[in-house]
Design a protein around this ligand. Structure first.
Ligand SMILES: [Mg+2]
Length: 391
């Protein structure tokens, strides 16, 4: 019976070149309180946390967190590591409940649950390695021969480059692409028209037979979203994502009840309890938890099952292996997000620079290997000119 002997946390902070970004290339929840240049700072993720759980049989499980890595590292080192040393990683349900209930007064959501998520991923990776099985095989196995993925980039950029980039994704075989809106309530009718121009341009580029989605990243409010949803209806979007802040589940429900376009959300929602509330309110047509925030594989599996009972599609945030393994093993997960590998820019793409083994899309699909244990990822050797490591 393996025992956990060490829990190591390392921040991988990108210090290499960063691609220039326009001052405001998508809406964020900060738009309403700051000028647009300031609000975008909260959107960058240039440091990631890697968690390694070592067992006495030599197994090392790897997990990660992309949000607030310094605070998440402190939460793991201070509160979670002492609960894990000497335990059996195969007891993942007990370990999750132990971490959750013993940090509940200050944990629950945000950094507390991000920390638990990163540890839980490392535990499941270790379980897979101990049993010599990929994680998806431990969750129910293969529900599809390969996973359709949608190309997720397209920011608020000049319309000619938007057109060309959207067209290129369609030409590469993606059956769906997603863009980000650039303007919100502070930008008035002129901003509304610019948002509509983004959608019109992308629709023209991909044609009528490729699905198109658009993300607000919590940058709107309910009144503005109602106005936008009516105007967007002719463009046949598959969904509008995170139209309002994550805490306003009633706002999501109100927008969904308009029945003009699918409403997606949940990439900033946490735990089975958060999703129970969302399902009870009929807040989402599509649930987009990220496994490295929502409570790890342990929570994500339960939430995927809950969503199945409500006939709500599960399309996790961000792609990446920890989400793909849930998509592969979940009957109600029709497609997954895919961040193309690009020069470092926002930080969304950093996993390409930290891990080896992430699947590359081919003709709009990714696949998982049946013979790679755990999540099938290994850590790259960091180049000191690109990454500053904090242990
Ligand atoms: Mg999103």
């Amino acid at each position: 019976m393996p025992r956990i002997t060490d829990v190591r946390t390392t921040i991988w902070e990108w210090i290499g070149p960063v691609a220039p970004m326009p001052p405001h290339f998508c809406t964020t929840a900060g738009d309403i309180v700051s000028d647009v240049t300031g609000s975008i700072e909260g959107f960058r993720f240039l440091g990631w946390l890697v968690v390694e759980i070592e067992c006495d049989d030599g197994t090392v499980g790897i997990g990660n967190a992309a949000l607030a890595p310094h605070a998440t590292k402190a939460a793991i080192d201070t509160y979670l590591k002492p609960l894990l040393i000497g335990t059996d990683p195969m007891d993942s349900e007990y370990l999750w409940q132990s971490m959750y209930r013993r940090t509940l007064p200050f944990g629950r959501k945000g950094i507390g649950m991000t920390a638990i998520s990163a540890v839980d991923l490392a535990i499941w990776d270790a379980k897979g390695k101990i049993l010599n099985q990929p994680v998806f095989k431990l969750l129910g196995g293969r529900t599809k021969s390969k996973i359709p993925v949608y190309a997720s980039r397209l920011y608020s950029q000049p319309l000619d480059t938007l057109y060309n980039e959207a067209r290129a994704y369609a030409d590469q075989g993606f059956s769906a692409v997603k863009l980000r809106f650039g303007w919100g309530p502070k930008d008035g009718l002129a901003g509304i028209n610019k948002n509509l121009d983004l959608v019109k341009t992308a629709r023209e580029a991909v044609g009528p037979d490729v699905d198109l989605m658009a993300d607000c990243y919590m940058g709107w409010n309910v009144e503005y979203a109602k106005r936008m949803l009516r105007l967007l209806e002719p463009h046949n979007l598959r969904w509008v994502e995170e139209p309002v802040i994550a805490d306003d589940l009633a706002g999501y429900a109100e927008l969904k009840a308009m029945n003009l376009v699918g409403i997606s959300g949940g990439e900033h929602e946490y735990t089975l309890y958060g999703f129970r509330q969302a399902m009870d309110l009929r807040a989402f047509d599509i649930a987009q938890f990220d496994v490295n925030r929502v409570g790890g594989i342990t929570a994500a599996k339960k939430i995927a099952d809950l969503c199945e009972a409500y006939d709500v599609a599960v399309i996790p945030h961000a792609g990446q292996m920890h989400n793909y393994h849930v998509s592969m093993s979940s009957y109600g997960a029709p497609i997954s997000e895919y961040f193309p590998k690009v020069p470092v820019e926002v930080g969304n793409e950093l996993f390409w620079y930290i891990f080896d083994g992430e699947p590359v899309a081919e003709n709009g699909f990714i696949n998982l290997a049946d013979d790679k244990p755990g999540f099938g990822l290994t850590l790259k050797t960091p180049d000191p000119a690109e990454f500053k490591l904090t242990r």
